[in-house]
Design a protein around this ligand. Structure first.
Ligand code: NAD
Length: 421
């Protein structure tokens, strides 16, 4: 569950299901097929021990959910966060199915998570937790079956430990079992920046289609982590002015714009964007309501709710995070003419370059940074334009349009494959 500003609890799985049901109304589907697409295919819960530095043993709980494997092996990140629940992982897995389908990737959707606070663990504890969790879920993961990647609280180093653990069990190196690895062990150049850069590319294309310009646009970013900080830097390079940014410890605002690179350095030095010299302090949530043209929520689910949607001042919301806007908030924003570019399009850059990484690993043939960027640009621009066209043709919002295309693609594959046996 995600605690919203109002304190109301919003179950991400309920959100994901409601979004699905709304879009599914626009697709002629037999009842059984609709239910098949709504249910997760399989869910694994693991409880496992980890030796802590002080000699004690602690039990951790983790999950791996496959929502769909219709279009191919399942793909999705692994989250380390104290608030991870099975419902959250299930929702994130479903969103991965739609995200991969919209981008035209040969993947189904999955997600994983461990209930833990990675910031409170030593490097050794984090490594032992990761290796044990990887072993526990090794019945599901593999280069042909299910390929994890980083998400909140995990990074390239965590992926390297998963790749090494899986490889030790096989007796040979299997780089294609995870993506988002360091380049030194088979990662792709450009993967670490891909989600944030993709978010900026999608924002630019969506604004263009809406008849707006990114040059001079005022942008607020909630969540200055992997996605938010890279998106801010890329949007800044494209001519936007970053007026506000926040992380879990606080936020900052500057009317004339913040320098994203200096902000990254400040966060690296102090652990937070709060206290950035020369900027006005904001609470973590106020960043959602500052006067701006574009708001990029890039933290967690359930941030824009019916409680605060009326105070969102942006004209365009570009969802860097997964599930930041509740369905009720979606309706309120739409009624006020705010354009919402949905997560399944806006943050697809990560899984797109993960796909490139997997293809490179399987072929043992690696691409240049220019090739990665060019293909990323082309694929995302195509997705945004396609979703925009569907939205215009059917008279629906961009989220519904995106999910309609995704559901159509997966449903077509179900029909073509048939129901086994
Ligand atoms: P991250 O851990 O690197 O960053 C998350 C940031 O959000 C941190 O700076 C944290 O302090 C901040 N945060 C947490 N709660 C906050 C709050 N209430 N207000 C303001 N800031 C808050 O994680 P990330 O990889 O950047 O992921 C962020 C979002 O993007 C998640 O929803 C994730 O699922 C999604 N996403 C990530 C990727 C990827 O490749 N990493 C891909 C697609 C989608």
């Amino acid at each position: 569950m995600t605690e919203t500003r109002s304190g109301a609890l919003q179950d991400p799985w309920e959100m994901a299901l409601e979004q699905f049901q709304r879009a599914a109304q626009h697709v002629p589907l037999k009842r059984g097929i609709r239910e098949f697409l709504a249910y997760p295919k399989r869910e694994l819960t693991v409880n496992f021990p980890v030796k802590m530095d002080d000699g004690s043993v602690r039990i951790f709980t983790g999950y791996r959910v496959h929502h769909s494997t219709v279009l191919g092996p399942s793909k999705g990140g692994i989250r380390y966060h104290p608030a991870v629940t099975l419902g959250e992982v299930r929702a994130l897995a479903m969103w991965m199915t739609w995200k991969c389908a919209i981008a035209g990737l040969p993947y189904g959707g999955a997600k994983g998570g461990v209930v833990c606070d990675p910031k409170s663990l030593s490097a050794g504890e984090l490594e032992r937790l990761t290796r044990r969790y990887a072993t526990e879920i090794s019945v599901l993961i593999g280069p042909e079956s299910d390929i994890p990647a980083p998400d909140v609280g995990t990074n390239a180093q965590v992926m390297a430990w998963i790749m090494d653990t899986y490889s030790m069990h096989r007796g040979y190196s299997v780089p294609a079992v995870v993506t988002g690895k360091p380049v030194s062990v088979g990662g792709s150049v450009g993967r670490e920046e891909a989600t944030g850069l993709g978010c900026a590319i999608v924002a630019r294309e969506a604004l263009r289609l809406a008849g707006l310009s990114l040059a001079g646009a005022r942008v607020a970013v909630q969540g200055f982590g992997n996605v938010g900080s890279v998106a801010a830097a890329a949007l800044h390079r494209m001519g936007a002015v970053i007026v506000a940014a926040s992380d879990s410890r606080g936020g900052v605002y500057h009317d004339r714009g913040l320098d994203p690179q200096a902000l990254v350095e400040h966060k690296r030095a102090t652990g937070t964007v709060a206290g950035f010299p020369g900027a006005r302090p904001l609470t973590a949530q106020e960043v959602l309501e500052v006067p701006c043209d574009v708001l990029v929520p890039a933290a967690l689910e359930g941030q824009i709710t019916r409680e605060n949607a009326a105070r969102v001042a942006a004209r365009v919301v570009v969802e860097g995070a997964n599930g930041p806007t509740t369905p009720e908030a979606d309706d309120l924003l739409r009624a006020r003419g705010v354009l919402v570019v949905p997560d399944v399009v806006a943050n697809a850059g990560g899984v797109v370059v993960s796909y490139f990484e997997w293809v490179q690993d399987l072929q043992a043939f690696f691409w240049s940074e220019e090739e990665v960027r060019e293909r990323l640009e082309r694929l995302l621009a195509r997705s945004v334009h396609e979703v925009w066209r569907v939205s215009q043709e059917r008279g629906v919002d961009l989220r519904t349009a995106a999910l309609v295309r995704a559901i159509e693609r997966v449903a077509e594959a179900v029909h073509t494959r048939g129901i086994y046996p």
